[in-house]
Design a protein around this ligand. Sequence first.
Ligand code: 8YV
Length: 332
Amino acid sequence: MASGKKPLVVVTRKLPDSVEARMCELFDTRLNPGDKPMSQAELVEAVKVADVIVPTVTDQIDRSVLSHSGEQLRLIANFGNGVDNIDVATALQRGITVTNTPGVLTEDTADMTMALILATARRLAEGARVIPEGRWTGWSPTWMLGRRITGKRLGIVGMGRIGQALARRARAFGLSIHYHNRRRVAQQIEEALEATYWDSLDQMLARMDFVSINCPHTPATYHLLSARRLKYLRPEAIVINTARGEVIDEAALTRMLEAGEIAGAGLDVFENAPAVSAKLIALAEKGAVTLLPHMGSATTEGRNDMGEKVIINIKTFIDGHRPPDRVLPSML
Ligand code: 8YV
């Protein structure tokens, strides 16, 4: 970046107005007011000219895109926590810094995860359709029965910030907390959450009423809930995913739901998003499955805070400092 010249920041999607306004004050900012996702060809054009690119989950900044990046591209400031949309290893090899937006979407995503647990177990989406569709003929003792939450076991796969925030909420609903994580968390956290650590994911899955995916998607977690592992689940189990679709073998999960081998699923993310399989949609129409369009962090406050983090990361970087939310190889 030539000194004195404002860096060219290319933003791939429409961001909150206040975030865009501040970016335009600070940087030479190229916005996407129409919010149409960029094609791979458009991303290639962007990395050829940008000093900084601000992508989101909908942009694949892969090896082939990065192979076209000009020497001026120094920073990929992701608007989002997960960085599985970016080939971070290739970026780092090319001397490009990568940042993300951790922390500010923890509580919102944990809220939505809890909402999916409640909604799926208590048939919320199915029930909410009855009155608007004019199908309610009156109360009945044996109709619309769901599953009790309190007293059940929740197995959290990935006990990071969001997993812990979910555990705090779930405890208030009377769920007992179990978790599997790459590393056991500190004893004081386990004690505060009264959380039971399972070294073996297989064994944990076999004992849970609810299983929630809260780990990032990395090469190590791709299909962590594989067809083989899903078979350990109990017929009463409900699977929740607000992390990334790729962590579960979605086709295997769908087969088990169709066969009634598990009780339900609440999904905010999908392997081929935004495409969702007709089979999952059919299951949602029947009620066993709750489907949401990747809304986990979708609050006004959250999106403003994410934008603020992006700005801080860019500003500190161009001022010659280490940006606070650098993505390091050890995180992958
Ligand atoms: C974001 C998310 O909205 O931050 C993440 O990892 O999954 C979402 O909540 C999205 O990724 C924005 O890029």
